[in-house]
Design a protein around this ligand. Structure first.
Ligand SMILES: [Zn+2]
Length: 513
């Protein structure tokens, strides 16, 4: 018989009942293979399971594995040469990004996520060039990295059939360019253009290929309103129904996207999705920074989830999402680090703290997210936005044994008053340097600073060696193209019809005025 495992802690957090943490002291989680079998007093469970392997100590804290509900790439755009422009201009500067091996790239951010306690990622693959074969190969490389490192992953490839650079058709944008730039830009668009029916077929193939995988699932990602024709919105709704999969869709990330929706539909982006049957518990809105009061109400009424990408919104000048309003309305809010957090890495503990602090609106009686609410965003609510919804996000018996063990002494040394509840200390003080072990499906994938399945140093050396090579001809050309096209992208939004005039100072966006 296989030896059982006991994961021990001074504190074991089972999950949250609403916003009330379920904390067990001097306890342990008893595993049964890849699942949680029981949580109880450590001494009792140890007596009953004398041969059990013990993970953690009497000074540990054991929490459900954290979930990054919105992720795209490994090496960050900043690392690859694109500074933090406002989103619409950043699309242009990102043309210059270097070609990075997808397998190594995926490992790179997986190292950062896991080391900060993340066990599950929502990987939204934004763009891969080529036809169905190349797309499936690219997906395979990303998924292979997650499987090799042992991480749980929900994978999706963006559905996108129009407006590939600015918020108008590719053909119309090409006409804005001088003739000398058109062929190269047209070629770029062509590389990233695939007919809608082929994209639907690719999804079917991908979904079928990973069916029954314990740690990998494939779901849908209709990219964003401006990237999708009404036909593509219909296709997304049809596929979600047919395959019974969740969807994650960027929406009103910036004020320009709000204006775009107004121009296209005469109303809001979210109301437009609702008309296509795209709202509901299967749908998670990524960002939702510029949803109106009525949108937020509809979001709550339909059970649509929100993924809050706080760092990304700050870095790309997108705005501050009305998170307090979503919470007040009872919307399930998840946390996503998006491209990268404010330290240009993928540290979920830091991102949680940023969310905790960002929405503390001035005024003694003003609403603000509490530490348990923020923890729930990175556990149960994030779980809800993935195909693993009912299996992860808590450590209750029968659920997946995905957990993170922290050195609680390192978190609290030299002193922590007992008047402050466990979860409040966890969310406000825990750093990734205190993460000791990370377990997915009952398997230790990170232990004492070491990844158990993949050699981090070797992977980083390999990335370093490959990128030390001079830019390839194709990379040099894209770099030049990004610089040459940038002013035309900026000019497109300089038109009066795109003028953004915040009516209130940004710090008041959350209040009731
Ligand atoms: Zn994103």
């Amino acid at each position: 018989m296989e030896a059982t495992t006991l994961v021990r802690g001074r504190y074991v957090l089972e999950g949250l009942d609403g916003d009330r943490p379920l904390v067990h002291e001097d306890a342990a989680v008893l595993l049964n293979g890849d699942k949680v079998s029981e949580i109880g007093p450590f001494d009792t469970l140890k007596d009953r399971n004398p041969g059990a392997k013990i993970v953690g100590t009497a000074e540990s804290a054991v929490i459900p594995g954290l979930i990054n509900a919105h992720h795209h790439i490994g090496l960050t755009p900043l690392q690859l040469g694109s500074p933090d422009h406002p989103l619409e201009l950043w699309f242009a500067s990102r043309l210059a990004l270097r070609d990075v091996d997808l397998y190594l790239d995926t490992l790179y951010s997986a190292f950062e996520m896991i080391a900060s306690g993340v066990t599950t990622v929502q990987h939204l693959h934004s763009r891969a060039p080529g036809g169905p074969e190349q797309i499936l190969h690219a997906a395979g490389e990303v998924i292979r990295a997650y499987r090799d490192i042992g991480m749980r992953a929900s994978y999706s490839i963006a559905l996108r059939d129009q407006n590939r650079l600015v918020y108008e058709s590719d053909e119309a944008f090409l006409q804005r360019l001088p003739e000398s730039l058109r062929p190269e830009m047209a070629e770029y668009f062509r590389r990233f253009t695939m007919p809608l029916d082929e994209q639907v077929a690719v999804f079917g193939d991908l979904h079928g290929a990973y069916k029954g995988e314990p740690r990998t699932r494939v779901q849908l990602a209709p990219a964003n309103l401006h990237w999708l024709s009404d036909a593509a919105l219909e296709a997304a709704a049809e596929m979600a129904e047919r395959f019974d999969v969740p969807m994650h869709m960027h929406l009103v990330e910036t004020p320009y996207q709000k204006i775009y929706a107004q121009k296209r539909t005469g109303g809001t982006a979210f109301a437009h999705l609702h008309r296509f049957g795209l709202t509901g518990p299967r749908m998670t809105i990524g960002h939702g920074t510029w949803m109106t009061e009525a949108d937020i109400e509809l979001c709550a009424d339909t059970g649509t989830c929100l993924c809050h990408n706080c760092s990304s919104n700050l870095r790309l000048k997108s705005g501050i999402a009305p998170v307090n309003r979503y919470l007040e309305r009872g919307v399930a809010v998840a946390i996503g680090i998006d491209e990268a957090g404010i330290n240009d890495d993928r540290d979920i503990l830091q991102e949680m703290r940023l969310v905790l602090r960002m929405h503390r609106v001035p005024g003694h009686g003003s609403p603000f997210p509490t530490p348990p609410q923020v923890l729930r965003m990175a556990t149960e609510h994030a779980a809800k936005t993935t195909p693993f919804a009912a299996e992860i996000g808590r450590l209750s018996p029968g659920l997946a044994a995905d957990l993170t063990v922290l050195d609680w002494r390192a978190v609290t040394r030299p002193y922590q008053s007992g008047d402050i509840p466990f979860v409040d200390v966890l969310v406000q003080r825990a750093k990734s340097t205190s993460v000791r072990s990370v377990m997915v499906a009952g398997e230790l994938i990170y232990d004492d600073g070491r990844f158990t399945r993949v050699d981090r140093d070797a992977a980083l050396d390999e990335i370093e060696a490959r990128l030390a090579a001079p830019l390839t001809e194709a990379e040099e050309r894209r770099r030049a193209l990004a610089r040459e096209v940038f002013p035309y992208v900026a000019a497109f939004y300089a038109d009066e019809s795109w003028a953004v005039r915040p009516e209130k100072p940004f710090y008041r966006w959350n209040d009731r005025a």
